[in-house]
Design a protein around this ligand. Sequence first.
Ligand SMILES: *Cc1c(COP(=O)(O)O)cnc(C)c1O
Length: 376
Amino acid sequence: MTSGPIRFNDIYASYTEQRETIDAAIADVLAKGDFINGRAVGNFEKAFAEWCGTPDAVGCSNGTSALHLCFAALGLGPEDEIIVPAMTFIATSEAVMHAGARLVFADVNIDTLNLDPAATEAAITPRTRAIVFVHLHGNPTGVKEIASLAARKNLLLIEDCAQAHGAWISSAPTATPTRVGCFGQAGAFSFFPAKNLGAFGDAGAVVSLNPETAALARRLANHGRSEKYVHLIEGYNYRIDSLQAAVLAAKLPSVDNQVDRRNRLAEIYRERLTDLPVEFQQQTPDTRHALHLFVIRTDRRDALQAALREQKIETGIHYPIALSGQPAYASLGHARGAFPNAESDAETTLSLPMYPQLSPDDVARVCDAITQFFGK
Ligand SMILES: *Cc1c(COP(=O)(O)O)cnc(C)c1O
């Protein structure tokens, strides 16, 4: 039995597994010297679109700019209200501000931790134009319900897929599954190094089933250009760089296998922890969870985290404060209790070690430590 530290995530382990192909991809960009809008960008965009099942994908500078590009390409701006879950990373709501639109929070479902359909419907006003569904921790459960709600209310649906590379929903066992990013009008991905598909710096992508939305996002990301010094519109410098694109193209073929490995580790966690007073994030049987994070909820979260730290087991908290309670959003004037599920999640959720190279023995050790903590 080992007793060394157990890391929460290990992005270096993923590099060492694929070092040869990644190093070769980087060397190729260095040899060509086409660092901006180079061949690697087009190659990655094509491969990523194919993987997502969309006609196009637009590489960009990070996941936050990807969300902003989705909003801008769909024509969202001042006066428009965009509904965002009260429990997500702040990039989701920051992008609403970048678009100049109005931020409206809705509570999450305490079981799935994703947007609650009833709470979302209640947040709709005559000014609402769009809903952002965040596949929190990689869980796509509930996106179809929110997509129907959006369709029924004539609203746009944007998916925040930053944590959900490899997540999908299958309508029948033999059907080709629908990957996240394809349930609404546009989807935003982040390739921050720690994500399921991580670059060696910042990067992101926009996908859309509508080629015109993708084309406008691409134009906006590159100064509104049609030619080098012809600018059809004002845009942004939101480009992905060729080195990141090359790294991502080299890593993309292994993402599905890595998500399978994450799911197998999650199975061990669920089996071993099932009799303990902890709640798991719920998913419907037709979904593949991308398992960016494996979270449990317990009222004794802080004590459990401290006990695990004693045993050199690293954990995380995603996220310790609901967005509605963030100092940055004090001006929105949300009282405590306005988003009870998001607030409860912030106080009870603990993210356990999870990465593809984590060993089943280490997962067992984490489970032993948690079992010991609850005195069973
Ligand atoms: C990581 C993340 C983002 C933004 O990604 P960046 O690439 O860091 O800008 C957006 N939304 C969610 C839910 C994320 O986890």
